[in-house]
Write a protein that binds this ligand. Sequence first.
Ligand code: ZN
Length: 244
Amino acid sequence: MKKINVTVWDETQGPIGPYSNGIYQAIADFLVESGQFGKVRTATQPEPEHGLTMEVLADTDVLIYWAHNHHGTVEDEIVERIRKRVNEGMGLLILHSAHGSKIFAKLLGTDALHLRWREASEVERVWKIESNHPITAGLPDYFEIPKSEMYGEQFCIPTPDELLFISWHQGGEVFRSGCTFKRGNGKIFFFAPGHEGFPIYYMPEVQQIIINASKWAAPLGDEPIKLQNVTKSPEALRIGDKTE
Ligand code: ZN
């Protein structure tokens, strides 16, 4: 089976919070360590074409996208390039504040930026609400993130295809923290935890979810549907119609 190539994208370069080599490198490191992927690249917004050239995206099966503050300065041309690749079948993981990204809004068709939030250091209890799913495999019924930023409902997304995790926050709010969507041939997974101030991507449960989701989102190889003028129907072919 073809190995899954993953590109981990981040809006910033260099250290941030507890991540001495950046969030993108921390995520790339545990993907590589798992031994379950092919090429694991990193790309960042300050690079030319935001590191997402046509060549890089063509060779990417799953794009992991982390962003927080610089959504507005992502070039529209690159956003459209990602959208096209998702429709062709590239998987997309939208992490944490990337809910406010142009690409997520474009793919969902709603202002997914809108939610309730509080930059606090509160407990987040992440509940698995669906078992026997590739993304929740191996996860306990729930796990706790000792310090997290609060994201609460309402969250301006279309009803997800699948709702896999719901988070309860110490302040009492709840949030749809793990959702899947399908757009064209592409599979999309949104996962909310991951504020840059806390070491959330070092947690084994969170790493398991991202590894699982990357495998789930990878394309299986089927070509997307294209505009076709079909001059002969299957029935015409069956009866040997020679009139065309
Ligand atoms: Zn945050």
